[in-house]
Design a protein around this ligand. Structure first.
Ligand code: GLP
Length: 243
């Protein structure tokens, strides 16, 4: 695993942006795997600047998002569809029809999981997958205990994850209890993976990712088996790693 330690979230976002822009400039029809949550917000701001000020071109880029809450409409401000439009897609020259996110309102969620996994194989797998990490080590919405062989599936969200994400909702009871997520195996199909972590509350997860044996109770530890992973971490999130 390549490890890049940055001073703060700003520098982390610039580094992640630089890697994504290089990918897009080197291969204009790249497939990018994208994440939501607080972690990628700074990176998306930088990507928007890059498109608007440095003419980085997303015309032929496709994107596959990791996950979506079950039961939220695409136009719900808390849905990941809405998040991606608001924080990235509406501000860069990507074609909306080239952006893919699981449908959390599908009538048949089992079919939706199969459709999305097929999409990953047909359109992707991503040349580059951007990941955040949950405080409990989740990637996408793969909670501790998820099989490393998992493909796109439905997951029951842990109470700790719902509490961590409640800051984006009016109240905890509005946070959905289930999500549809790419599985660990689906994520590992990507050519390259960039995982970003910022702030003290991620320090335990990062220490475990770097030091403990791979274990399904720590979903991010599956990344240790991947050939091309870059961890970009700020000093606050890196502080507990033995070094
Ligand atoms: C969320 C998302 C993940 C994200 C993680 C961390 O629930 N489903 O993709 O990486 O949890 O969130 P944050 O970046 O807000 O700390």
């Amino acid at each position: 695993m390549n490890i890049i330690i940055t001073k703060d979230n700003q520098e982390l976002s610039e580094k992640a942006c630089g890697i994504i822009e290089k990918q897009v400039n080197d291969k204009p029809d790249s497939v990018l795997g994208l994440a939501t949550g607080g972690s990628p917000l700074g990176t998306y701001k930088q990507l928007i600047n890059g498109c608007q000020e440095r003419s980085v071109n997303y015309e032929n880029v496709s994107t596959l998002n990791l996950d979506e809450y079950i039961g939220l409409d695409k136009n719900d401000p808390q849905s990941y569809h809405f998040f991606m439009k608001k924080h990235l897609f509406d501000h860069i020259n990507i074609r909306p029809e080239n952006t893919y996110i699981p449908n959390g309102k599908a009538v048949n969620l089992g079919d939706e999981c199969e459709r999305y996994e097929q999409l990953i194989d047909d359109i992707g797998p991503p040349d580059l997958q951007l990941l955040g990490i949950g405080q409990n080590g989740h990637i996408g919405f793969n909670e501790p205990g998820t099989s490393f062989q998992s493909e796109t599936h439905i997951i029951e969200l842990e109470e700790s994850t719902r509490r961590a994400n409640a800051r984006f909702f009016d109240s905890l009871d509005k946070v959905p209890k289930q999500a549809i997520t790419m599985g660990i195996q689906s994520i590992l199909k990507s050519e390259k993976i960039v995982i970003i972590a910022s702030g003290e509350r991620k320090a335990d997860a990062i220490r475990s990712l770097l030091e403990d044996e791979p274990d399904e109770n720590m979903p991010a530890s599956a990344l240790r088996a991947h050939k091309h992973v870059t961890l970009i971490v700020d000093e606050a999130a890196y502080q507990k790693a033995g070094h």
